[in-house]
Design a protein around this ligand. Structure first.
Ligand code: HEM
Length: 504
C-alpha cells in the first residue's frame, strides 16, 4: 500500500535553516528533544530537517513510531543508516554489515545466550560483582571506615559504568574477558568506544588519531575473542559457567553454514557496545533519581527487607524469579527508562518513496506527504515518552505511575494499551511491545532490542544491591542530560552523597 503514490503527493515541510549543508545540526545536536518539540509545534508530526547534508524526515507520536519502526524492511533500512558507524567498530559480516535476514538469524543465536536458565545463573554472579565493587572501589572507601554516619561521595556514571562492565563481562562476555578487564581489555574497550561517537556517525572517515586507534582496537579485540574460541575448542580453556560465547559456538545458519569464529567475535563486540552505555546510563539515572527521592529509595529498601530478610536480620540473595516480581524495583527501572531512554533517535534509510499515512499527517484532505527515496526517517520514542498529552506530570520521575491502579498518571498510556489489547503489568518489560506504542525504550519491530531482559536483570540487581548497602542524597538535584554522546548521559557534575547503611 505504501508504494502506490497518492494523486497529490507533496514533500513534508522542511525546517528553516540558514546554513545549507549544516542545516539544523547545532539545534538537533545540542538538545534533540527540545529541537523536535519546537519543530512539532511549527510543522506538525512529520517534517524534514537537514543534518550535515542528510535529509532527515521526522515522524513523531505513536503513529510516527509505527511509521518508522513498523515499516517494511524493503523500504526502510537500518543497515544503510548505521553501517558506516558500526562496521568499523563491530567488524565485518554481522549486524548491519550483512543483509537483514542474516541479522535476524544472528539475533536468534544471541537469544540462546539470554535463555531463562542462563539468566538464573547470572543473578548471583552480578550480585557478587556489585558487592565486591562496593567493598573495593576507592570512591566507596567509607566502607573501610568504622563510622556508619560518615558521608562520602561518588560520581554516579563512573560507578555504574564500572559495575556494568564488571557484571556484563562476568556473565555474557565470559570469564576470559572478566579476567583481563584490568589489563588489555579495558584499554581496547576505551579505544574502540572512542570511535563510537556522533562524530563517527556524521563523518565516517576522518584522518584523526581516534579513528586509527578505533581500527587497531577492533582488530585486536576481534583477535582476543577468536583466541578464546580457539582455546575453548582445543580444550585448553574450559568454562564451567554459562556465557554468550558458549551459546554462540556451535550455532548454524539455516543454510547449514556454521557461525564462523570471526562472526562470533564481532557479535561479542556488538553486544558489548550495545549493552554497556545503555545499561550504565540507565543505572546512573536511576541512582540519581533515588538520591533525589530518598523516601522512594527507603521504600525500595523496605521492599528488599520484606522479601529477603533472613532470621538474623541479614538479607539473602534474590532468585531471578523473585527479582522479576518486585513491583517497586520494576517501576523504578521502567520510569527511569521513560524519562531517560538512552537512545533518543532511531533512524532508517529510505530505499523507496514512502507515503505517509493520512492518519499520521497530511497537508490537506486530498493530498498526502511522500518521503522520497534517499531521505532518512527518524522516530523518537523519547518524545512520545515525555509527551504531556499522554503522561500526567510527564516531566516528573514518578515510579508510582506504573503501579497506581487508578492510573492517574498514566491514564493516556493505559487507554492506549486497553484499546490495543496490550497488558500493562509487571514482569520485566511486559508492557506493550507494539510498534505503535508511545513507550519504546527498547525500540520495536524487527530491530527491537534482544537485551531487554538482561538489562532488567542487570539493572535490578545493581540497584537493589546498592540500595541495600547505602543511603543516598543529591543536594544539587538531578543533573540535566548531555546529548553530545551516542547515549544520553547525565551531565557532570553528577555526584551522589552517600553513607553506609550498616556495618557488615
Ligand atoms: C536494539 C535499547 C541493552 C543488544 C536496541 C534498540 C534500542 C535498544 C532502542 C533498537 C535500535 C533500532 O531500532 O535502531 C536498549 C536499552 C538497553 C539496551 C535502552 C538497556 C537499558 C542492550 C543489551 C544488549 C542489547 C544489554 C545485549 C546484551 C541489542 C541488539 C539490538 C538492540 C542486538 C538489535 C539491533 C537490531 O536489530 O538492529 N536496543 N538496549 N541491548 N539491542 Fe539494545
Amino acid at each position: 500500500r505504501q508504494l502506490v503514490l497518492p494523486k497529490h503527493p507533496s514533500l513534508p515541510p522542511e525546517v528553516f535553516h540558514f546554513l545549507p549543508f549544516i542545516g539544523s545540526a547545532p539545534g538537533y545536536g545540542n538538545d534533540p528533544i527540545a529541537f523536535l518539540d519546537s519543530c512539532r509545534k511549527k510543522y506538525g508530526d512529520v517534517f524534514t530537517f537537514v543534518l550535515l547534508g542528510r535529509k532527515m524526515t521526522v515522524a513523531l507520536g505513536s503513529a510516527g513510531n509505527n511509521f518508522v519502526l513498523g515499516g517494511k524492511v524493503a523500504n526502510l533500512s537500518a543497515e544503510d543508516a548505521y553501517t558506516h558507524l558500526t562496521t568499523p567498530v563491530f567488524g565485518k559480516d554481522v549486524v548491519y554489515d550483512c543483509p537483514n535476514e542474516k541479522l535476524m538469524e544472528q539475533k536468534k543465536f544471541m537469544k540462546v545466550g539470554l535463555s531463562t536458565d542462563n539468566m538464573r545463573a547470572y543473578v548471583e554472579m552480578i550480585e557478587n560483582e556489585v558487592s565486591e565493587f562496593l567493598r573495593k572501589d576507592p570512591s566507596f572507601r567509607i566502607f573501610q571506615m568504622n563510622d556508619v554516619n560518615e558521608w562520602g561521595q561518588f560520581d554516579a556514571l563512573k560507578a555504574t559504568s564500572e559495575m556494568t562492565i564488571l557484571t556484563a563481562s562476568r556473565t555474557l562476555q565470559g570469564k576470559e574477558v572478566r579476567g583481563n578487564l584490568d589489563a588489555t581489555f579495558a584499554q581496547l574497550f576505551t579505544d574502540l568506544d572512542g570511535g563510537f561517537t556522533p562524530l563517527n556517525f556524521m563523518f565516517p572517515n576522518l584522518p584523526l588519531e581516534s579513528y586509527r586507534k578505533r581500527d587497531r582496537a577492533q582488530t585486536k579485540m576481534a583477535e582476543f575473542y577468536i583466541n578464546i574460541i580457539k582455546a575453548r575448542k582445543e580444550g585448553t580453556s574450559t568454562n564451567d559457567e554459562p556465557d554468550m560465547i558458549s551459546a554462540l559456538m556451535g550455532q548454524t545458519y539455516r543454510n547449514g553454514t556454521p557461525l564462523p569464529d570471526h562472526e562470533i567475535a564481532h557479535i561479542m563486540i556488538a553486544l558489548l557496545m550495545a549493552g554497556q552505555h545503555t545499561s550504565s546510563a540507565t543505572a546512573a539515572w536511576a541512582l540519581l533519581h533515588l538520591a533525589d527521592n530518598p523516601e522512594i529509595a527507603e521504600e525500595l529498601y523496605q521492599e528488599q527487607v520484606k522479601h529477603f530478610s533472613n532470621p538474623d536480620g541479614t538479607l539473602r540473595l534474590a532468585t531471578y524469579e523473585e527479582l522479576k516480581s518486585l513491583p517497586l524495583l520494576d517501576s523504578v527501572i521502567r520510569e527511569t527508562l521513560r524519562m531517560h531512554p538512552p537512545i533518543h533517535s532511531i533512524m532508517r534509510y529510505v530505499r523507496a518513496d514512502l507515503v505517509v499515512p493520512g492518519t499520521l499527517s497530511a497537508p490537506s484532505k486530498d493530498s498526502q506527504y511522500v518521503v522520497p527515496k534517499g531521505h532518512y526517517v527518524l522516530a523518537s520514542p523519547a518524545v512520545s515518552q515525555a509527551d504531556k498529552s499522554l503522561w500526567l506530570r510527564a516531566e516528573e520521575w514518578m515510579p508510582s505511575r506504573w503501579t497506581d491502579p487508578e492510573g492517574q498518571a498514566q491514564q493516556a498510556f493505559k487507554q492506549y494499551a486497553d484499546e490495543n489489547g496490550e497488558k500493562v503489568d509487571y514482569g520485566f518489560g511486559a508492557v506493550s511491545k507494539g510498534t505503535e506504542s508511545p513507550y519504546q525504550p527498547f525500540g520495536a519491530g524487527r530491530h527491537r532490542c534482544i537485551g531487554e531482559q538482561f538489562a532488567y536483570l542487570q539493572l535490578g540487581t545493581l540497584i537493589s544491591t546498592v540500595v541495600r548497602s547505602i543511603e543516598m542524597r543529591i543536594p544539587g538535584g538531578v543533573p540535566p542530560p548531555n546529548y553530545h554522546t551516542m547515549i544520553t548521559l547525565p551531565k557532570a557534575p553528577r555526584n551522589i552523597t552517600y553513607r553506609r547503611r550498616k556495618f557488615e
